[in-house]
Design a protein around this ligand. Structure first.
Ligand code: 1BO
Length: 272
């Protein structure tokens, strides 16, 4: 599988997102995904499915060392001791000795970022995580985090799809060598409303969802589509055998705006 490199991490370009997947369905989808060739699974403490993600990885028969596993610390656990305890609890639920990537899930202005980043780097030093990074960070927060982190941050995981303009965040990540990992890469099904995505897909014998994923790959962005349907797993990973033209890439870029954001909780920062 194609990977995106950042500060020593090689992140498989397509991963399985597990936000909102629960219980046996989650374990089954993770197992199926790995059997189909996925090598990257994304979870989080707040998703309440780390146990099932771990079960799915073990049931797949794929060696743990061959799967890139990400989890995230929820923002109410950013005080240094809480962060380390939370990371250890995640590992216990996953039944893993380390994750490949540990992220701060959302910024939390209540806890000084320097302290949280110190604890995150400690988690890495203690072998709880091979790499560390952030999620839902704005340009200002990326700049601050990069300046204050003693260890390299390998990614910023953010919502990104054709309907959301993330030009500024992408530029900041690139400037500091962070990979961008896109959650909701097919815009939670909104791709179905786009005649243009369907038309472009038809030209390549692909679906509109595959066009969204390919558009991200051609920007060197990692995508983590979530699905609870086995047939969609195959569709989402079948995006490596075609290429969008420059004109098609531009046409898709033109669909994006600030208004296209789908995830915007009360805990969200002031977006760029
Ligand atoms: C609240 C969870 C957002 C995506 O990880």
């Amino acid at each position: 599988m194609q990977t995106v490199a950042a500060h020593g991490a090689n992140i498989p370009a397509i991963g399985l997102g597990t936000w909102e997947l629960q219980g046996p369905t989650c374990a089954r989808i993770v197992e199926q995904a790995l059997r189909l060739g996925y090598r990257h699974v994304d979870t989080a403490q707040i998703y309440e499915n780390e146990r099932e993600v771990g079960e799915g990885v073990r049931a797949s028969g794929v060696r743990r060392a061959d799967v890139f596993v990400t989890t995230k610390v929820w923002s109410t656990h950013f005080a240094p001791n809480d962060l380390l305890r939370s990371a250890k609890e995640s590992l216990a639920r996953l039944r893993m000795t380390e994750v490949d990537l540990l992220l701060l899930h959302w910024p939390n202005p209540q806890v000084p970022l320097e302290e949280t980043l110190g604890a995150l780097a400690q988690a890495r030093e203690q072998g709880l995580a091979r790499h560390i990074g952030v999620s839902n960070f704005t340009v200002a927060l990326i700049e601050e985090a990069v300046a204050k982190s003693s260890a390299p941050l390998v990614c910023n995981q953010v919502e990104y799809h054709p309907f959301l303009d993330q030009t500024k965040v992408l530029a900041a990540c690139r400037a500091h060598g962070l990979a961008v990992v896109a959650y909701s890469p097919v815009a939670k099904g909104r791709f179905k409303e786009s005649e243009a995505l369907k038309r472009i897909g038809a030209r390549h014998g692909k679906t509109a969802a595959q066009v969204c994923l390919r558009w991200l790959l051609q920007q060197n962005v990692v995508a983590i589509p979530r699905t609870s349907k086995v047939e969609r797993l195959s569709e989402n990973i079948d995006v490596f055998d075609f290429a969008l033209t420059d004109a098609e890439m531009s046409e898709i870029f033109a669909m994006g705006s600030r208004a296209g954001r789908l995830t915007n909780g009360s805990f969200a920062p002031q977006w760029d």
